[in-house]
Each structure stands twice: as C-alpha cells, then as structure tokens.
Design a protein around this ligand. Structure first.
Ligand code: FAD
Ligand code: NAI
Length: 471
C-alpha cells in the first residue's frame, strides 16, 4: 500500500460497475473505499432498474397467466384478483434484500462506504460531503440517468408523466398508458402494465422497435407484443405532453414531418434512453472532458486520459447494461492491481425480459453482412422455430425462434439471436461458445439435454448446415 493516500482505490458510485470494482479491488488486497450518494448501495440496477423491473415483470406474468386463460388450459381454475399493494411490497422486499446484501459484502470485504456525492478536487482527491478522501487510483462508476424529452416534464410523484422509476411505483393501474420509445424499458414496463390491465400504446420514432437488435427479431417481437395487446405507432415522434389534472394530452407528428395529432392518456412513460452521469463530479478540476455524447472515454484498460483516474459502466461508451458494468468492474480492479483485466466487448449478451424473452449476442444479420462487405452469400443463417421445440410446445410457449448466424467460409458463429420464454438464460451458452470461437457445427454436435428450450439453439445451428431434425 502507498501510505501517502487514505486509500489505494476509491470507487465513485456503487452500481453494478462500482460495487463490483470495489469488492474485487479489496479481494486483491487493496485498501478500498466506495462513495455512493444514494441511501442504499446497488445503483440504478438494484434500486430502480434491473431488479425492481424484474420483480414486477415476474409477478405480472403470473397474474396474466391466471387471467388470460393460460392456467385454465393447464387445468388450474382460478379467478385472479389484483393486489397491487402486495405486488409493490414484494418488489420493495426484493430490492431491500439485494441492496442490503451489497452492504453485507462491503463489510465482509472491508470496503468502506463513504456516504454522499463525490466531487473531484484533484486527480487523487475527492470531497464526499464534508469529508476529503484521497486515493492513489480513482474509478468513476457514476452510471446513467433518464434522458429527458424536450417539451415533456416528468413528475413521478403525480403518476401521470413518469420515467422508469415512476413507472415501477404506480399506485393504480392506469386505464390507458402511452409509452414514448419502443426500446427495452418501454417494452418491459409497458408489458407489466398491459398485463395488469392497462391499454398500452407505444410510440416509436424509428420504423421498427428495439433498434440495435437483429432485423427478424425486431419484426417478430413486435408481432408478438401486438398479439398481447400492445398497440404501436411507428415512425412517429412526440412533440409535447400537457397535463390537466390526472390526464395527459400528447401531441404527435410523423417522424418525417407532417400533420400533428393528439392523444390522451392516464399515464405517459418517457423511455427514450439514458445519459451518462457526470454533472457535479468536478471533471473540470482534473481536466477531464466528456465526448459529444457526454461519455467519459477510456482505453482498453479503462484508463481515462488523466493518470490514476479510471472509468467503467454506463458512464463510458458501450451498451448500458449491468453485466457489462460488472465485468468492467472486475477488469478495472485487476488492472489497478497490476494484473491483466480484459472485457471482450464483442460478446456482451443483451436481453429484453418480456414474455417471451428476447436475447442476442454478437452481430445481427445486418451487421454480419456489412462486415462481409455487403456479400449476403458470405453469411449463413440457420433458424429454428420454438414451435418445433418439444418442451416449448408442451408448455404452450411456441412463440419465437432461434437464429444462428455464421461466416459461410469458416462456419465461425458471428451472432445468435432468440425469442423464447427463457431466451435470456439460453443465450449464455451462445456467449460461452462464441468466446471459445465456436463454429455452428460445434454447437450442432454438442449434446443438449432433452426436453429443453436450449435444444432450439442446437437445431438452429444444425439449420446453418441445412439439416435440422424437427422442422
Ligand atoms: P449505476 O447503476 O447507474 O450506478 C451508479 C451509481 O453512482 C448510482 O447509485 C449513483 O447514485 C451513484 N453516483 C452518481 N454520481 C455520484 C457521485 N458523484 N458520487 C457518488 N455516487 C454517485 N441492465 C441489465 O443488464 N439488465 C436489466 O434487466 C436492466 N434493467 C433495467 C431496467 C431499468 C428500469 C433501468 C433504468 C435500467 C436497467 N438496466 C438493466 C441498466 C442497468 O441498470 C445499468 O446498465 C447499470 O445499472 C449500470 O451500472 P453502473 O454501475 O455503471 O451505474
Ligand atoms: P433505448 O435506447 O433502449 O430505447 C429508446 C427508444 O426510444 C429507441 O427505440 C428510440 O428510437 C426511441 N426514441 C428516442 N427518441 C424518441 C422520441 N422523441 N419519440 C419516440 N421514440 C423515441 O432506451 P430505454 O428503453 O430508455 O432504456 C435505456 C437503457 O437502459 C437501455 O438502452 C438499456 O441499456 C438499459 N436497459 C436495459 C434493460 C435490459 O437489459 N433488459 C432493461 C431496461 C433498460
């Protein structure tokens, strides 16, 4: 340890990036502190993101299964009655349990929690509340927050125009809900309230939902959501929202310009993306600038341009995902400790936790073709429908498909995409295989347990070679 500083490592922010970095640094023998301004540890993910949203998704799936006849079909006659207070309570319990768990892990690993928002004084000194803390290395893991939409004022306490945090806490099921943005948050939280009884309309600026995902997947996903009762207005932008009492009026316009229309809703969810948190961090004091998108740039080792200052997670470029932040947290701690911490940014799975789930890893078909210089023949695609999978069919979970994308010449897998009830869990096998440089043939000849949804990945890989069994 270097005794001229209070700590070897100070991490700013205790989200999945920051808390993991702090724990790993401590495990590697470094004297570590973590500054967090929230009342609880765990960041966006545990407090208002991944975890509470999944708690509401899970509970609303059961409610929907009871209500829409899916349970009846299995021989279970029930008439569900929504107890929204209890649903919220179990969500809060889940969050409390997990954020408390991080506090326990900090104590166990001797990470000091500095309570308050940190501001840089110089590259080795920050102020947290009244306290000045010095460290040899400082990791910025301040995460992200909701991107505001000009002309639309969010007030979570009024429950009319809300962001994702407000949409987790609605005390009543709105009769009508408009979701602005057909991205991950809009579809997940839109699904929750749709299942609990709201009429949901999703307004998306682009001509298809879920930008960044594989083209086939985006189309199929929208069809499935439509079947579940979510309405879509594509290529449409919201130009303003006004609120009178408990009603919101939205003004909409075709994305390409044209006649304005209006729409009423009991609740409007603004979910058009998130932006990096750097306000109040005092980056000026250390001469660190953000890029055009407000992100802190780093090199491959997560070093910023300022010596001794590192950055990870949502505040740096790349997908804004908890597991990406966590892996970067481990890597940055290892790099600070003089080891070789690496994150393979080409293989980061992304999952939308709707019913069914939507997941992918690696390149989309469109990206793969582009990578091959636009030569469609240089890419081979194998697709397998979930209806051909015995387990999915038996469980009445036939929506969706798996798609394996391989380079034609080498058969190397470039991407795997899936819509399937447990797609988020299934995609892990594709990520592991791709890390090991798999070919589609490798997956096709790997024995998969029967009957599992995962067999669909094997069959999609067989389809790349043109010979699946069950279609
Ligand atoms: P954050 O989790 O944002 O944590 C940063 C922390 O730093 C915050 O607690 C903040 O209070 C603190 N902080 C900021 N500035 C300072 C300062 N100056 N001093 C001290 N503390 C500071 N991702 C997934 O992978 N899967 C999901 O299912 C998923 N679901 C989501 C659902 C919702 C509704 C939302 C909003 C996000 C979801 N995400 C999901 C994204 C995920 O939450 C983020 O990618 C992840 O939390 C980023 O981690 P982070 O550590 O970089 O930042
Ligand atoms: P997003 O980037 O996923 O989607 C935003 C959508 O809004 C895009 O489709 C975009 O085209 C559209 N849009 C932008 N401006 C618009 C406008 N003016 N009018 C209409 N549509 C507009 O952002 P979202 O859903 O807010 O989520 C933020 C981030 O949080 C995600 O990118 C993801 O990184 C993370 N997240 C991850 C989850 C997961 O992994 N399951 C779940 C929830 C969030």
């Amino acid at each position: 340890a270097d005794h001229s500083y209070d700590y070897d490592v100070l991490v700013i922010g205790a989200g999945p990036g920051g808390y993991v970095a702090a724990i790993r640094a401590a495990q590697l023998g470094l004297k570590t502190a973590c500054a967090e301004g929230r009342e609880t540890l765990g960041g966006t993910c545990l407090n208002v993101g991944c975890i509470p949203s999944k708690a509401m998704l899970h509970a609303s799936e059961y409610f929907d299964a009871a209500k829409n006849g899916a349970m009846k079909e299995l021989g279970i006659d029930v008439t569900p009655k929504l107890n929204l207070d209890q649903m919220h309570n179990q969500r809060r319990d889940a969050v409390k349990g997990l954020t408390g768990g991080i506090e326990f892990l900090f104590k166990k690993n001797k990470v000091d929690w500095k309570k308050g928002y940190a501001t840089f004084q110089d590259a080795h000194t920050v102020k947290v509340g009244d306290e000045t803390v010095t460290a040899k290395d400082i990791v910025i893991a301040t995460g992200s927050s909701v991107t505001p939409l000009p002309g639309v004022e969010v007030d979570n306490d009024k429950h009319v125009v809300v962001d994702s945090t407000g949409a987790l806490e609605l005390p009543k099921v709105p009769k009508t809900m408009v979701v602005i943005g057909g991205g991950v948050i809009g579809l997940e939280l839109g699904s929750v309230w749709r299942r609990l009884g709201a009429e949901v309309t999703c307004v998306e600026f682009l001509d298809e939902i879920l930008p960044g995902m594989d083209g086939d997947i985006r189309k199929e996903a929208r069809k499935i959501f439509k079947k579940q009762g979510i309405e879509f207005k594509l290529s449409t932008k919201v130009t303003g929202v006004s609120v009178k009492g408990k009603k919101a009026t939205l003004t909409l316009e075709p994305a390409a310009g044209g006649d304005e229309e209006t729409m009423e809703a009991d609740c409007v969810l603004v979910s058009i993306g998130r932006k990096p948190n750097t306000d109040g961090l005092g980056l000026d004091a250390i001469g660190l600038e953000t890029n055009k998108r407000g992100q802190i740039e780093t090199d491959h080792d997560f070093r910023t341009r300022v010596d001794g200052v590192w950055a990870i997670g949502d505040v740096i470029p790349g997908p804004m995902l908890a597991h990406k932040a966590e892996d970067e947290g481990i890597a940055v701690a290892e790099n600070i400790a003089g080891q070789t911490g690496i994150v393979n940014h080409a293989i980061i799975p992304s999952v939308v936790y709707t019913w069914p789930e939507i997941a992918g890893v690696g390149l989309t078909t469109e990206e793969a073709i582009e990578k091959m210089g636009g030569d469609k023949k240089a890419v081979k695609v194998g697709k397998f429908p979930m209806l051909g999978n015995s387990r999915a069919k038996t469980n009445h979970e036939g929506d969706g498909f798996v798609k394996v994308i391989a380079e034609a010449e080498s058969d190397r897998v470039l991407g795997v995409w899936a819509i399937a009830v447990p797609a988020g869990t299934m995609i892990a096998e594709a990520a592991v295989a791709m890390e090991f440089g798999t070919t589609s043939e490798d997956i096709a000849y790997t024995c998969h347990a029967h009957p599992t949804h995962s067999e669909a990945i094997k069959e999609a890989a067989m389809a790349v070679q043109g010979k699946p069994i069950h279609v």
